[in-house]
Design a protein around this ligand. Structure first.
Ligand SMILES: [Mg+2]
Length: 230
């Protein structure tokens, strides 16, 4: 039974605060447009698919996916095509990294309610901080935990426990919001936090996530905090 009041609200970053997959799709499409313009042979949609295949085989944050694609097509790295792809990727990424609707409104309301705010992300530190900065979310955060802090991915309890320790709070005073049941919900529950499943993210169809609260929109977090703290 929840007897403590919530004092901090922590969020997963990708597909919870920022629509990461949309960003990735826009960035990869522009990268391919630019590379085709620079002379890469092939057809747009199949090249886009090949890049995502490389991401799935390596890591979605791979910095070498374009290199790999070019080498697979030409048998060597062509820097004219690579730089075109990198610039296209960056332009697509920069214009499409922004928060979901109402994110800033909700963060502001939570601050007014006296909450401390933070992010716990599996992304490497550099990518996590860059995305928070690009999305103009960095200054809202009292706390940012990335993969680099614990070297363990969710659902490890470690990143959650480190966050709680850094805040100097009890686990039951911290609400955690994330969109990936097997990672966000399982991990934060294991650590003992109050858990919220974000249905607006990458797993809208997930059933019986085990979260304390399953929400369809980010605004509903305000009701959850009010309810617990009343
Ligand atoms: Mg996520």
């Amino acid at each position: 039974m929840q007897t403590k009041k919530i004092k901090a609200v922590l969020f997963d970053l990708d597909n919870t605060l920022v629509d990461f997959m949309r960003m990735k799709n826009v960035a990869v499409e522009l990268a391919v447009d630019y590379m085709l313009n620079a002379g890469l042979p092939g057809e747009k949609q199949s090249l886009v698919k090949e890049i995502f295949k490389i991401y799935r085989r390596t890591h979605i944050e791979s910095q070498r996916a374009l290199d790999e694609l070019i080498i697979s097509k030409l048998g060597r790295l062509d820097y004219k095509i690579l730089s075109a792809g990198v610039i296209g990727y960056q332009r697509g990424r920069d214009m499409s990294t922004y928060p979901y609707p109402k994110v800033e409104f909700v963060l502001k309301e939570l601050l007014k309610m006296g909450m401390r705010l933070g992010t716990i992300s599996d992304a490497p530190a550099e990518q996590c901080y860059n995305r928070l900065t690009r999305a103009h979310l960095i200054n809202w955060m009292d706390l940012v935990i990335t993969f680099d802090d614990t070297q363990e991915y969710k659902p490890s309890a470690k990143p959650f426990l480190l966050a709680v320790e850094k805040l100097g709070l009890d686990v039951k005073e911290v609400l955690y919001v994330g969109d990936w049941p097997e990672r966000d919900v399982v991990g934060s529950k294991k650590a003992g936090l109050v858990t919220v499943f974000a249905r607006w993210g990458e797993h809208p169809q997930a059933k019986n996530t085990g979260a304390d609260f399953e929400l369809d929109s980010i605004e509903q977090i305000l009701d959850v905090v009010k309810k617990i703290n009343s």
